[in-house]
Ligand binder design. Structure first.
Ligand code: ZN
Ligand code: ZN
Length: 160
């Protein structure tokens, strides 16, 4: 039992942050196929209870688990694909700490989040948007549809 828990700990702390239970379980069964989903879930809960991990909500309704790092870190969150990147900034941390001190707040958790659309998603958007250019093939046909529309006007006069 202990070794299973160790495997889950290792998978959680050695891999990329912000994993759902499903993603961590996938990683864990690569290391030990015998480990059950519920064991992963229970171990994650334990990791959070001892203060080494925490639940994160990035606005897409999915619960992800993040490592608690010794220095606070910020998140860059894509609203579209849900990807998250971490960054560390001593300046921001210091600023937040100063603001908390000024207000007399003892910080327990720092939340630094930038939400937007990531580069990958914007490049995909740009690729589909650039393709819709106006066509110049309709010039030669401009004369003909007018006659046809006259016919349609007469026959369809009753029913709008
Ligand atoms: Zn994080
Ligand atoms: Zn994205």
């Amino acid at each position: 039992m202990t070794s299973q828990r160790e495997t889950i700990f290792r998978a959680f702390f050695e891999s990329e942050p912000h994993m759902t239970v499903e993603e961590l379980h996938e990683r864990v069964i690569n290391m030990d196929p015998a480990i059950a989903y519920t064991t992963v879930w229970r171990t994650l809960k334990l990791i959070c209870e001892v203060g080494l991990g925490e639940k994160k909500y990035f606005g897409d309704g999915v619960v992800r688990y993040d490592r608690v790092t010794s220095t606070p870190h910020g998140h860059l969150v894509c609203q579209k694909c849900g990807s998250t990147e971490e960054f560390f900034s001593n300046e921001i941390t210091q600023l937040l700490q100063d603001k908390a001190d000024e207000a007399g707040l003892l910080p327990e958790e720092f939340r630094i989040e930038v939400v937007g659309i990531c580069l990958k998603c914007r490049q995909q958007q740009g690729a589909t948007g650039a393709d819709s250019s106006d066509s110049d093939s309709s010039d030669s046909e401009k004369g003909q549809p007018k006659k046809k529309s006259n016919v349609i006007d007469i026959s369809g006069a009753g029913g709008m």
